[in-house]
Design a protein around this ligand. Sequence first.
Ligand code: TYC
Length: 109
Amino acid sequence: MSGPEKDENDNTPERGVATKVRPKTKKPSMYRVVLMNDDYTPMEFVTSILMGIFKKSKEDAMKIMLNVHQKGVGTCGVYTFEIAETKVAQVMEAAKRAQHPLQCTLEKT
Ligand code: TYC
């Protein structure tokens, strides 16, 4: 039988347009870590949280803290779920330890 199958010894280059097949990957969902204002947590404590847990500079930490103080809520950062969840837990643990009522939550973006 002689069909149209390719001869393995035929080194003639294939013709046509080379297309790249990329594996289907999904971008991870991102989550905002949100800080809530309250009347009791000291401003310095919130600033230190933003520097220590969210790796903000002192200037950025103070801006974010003041924004939360004035507006009621504010974003500390946007992360993948596991990182966002860990940061929320770290904030809540630090606030509990220091006996401040500071609240922090996670929001899907
Ligand atoms: N409102 C607080 C105060 O006047 C400061 C504060 C800022 C508290 C941001 C919480 O997420 C917060 N001491």
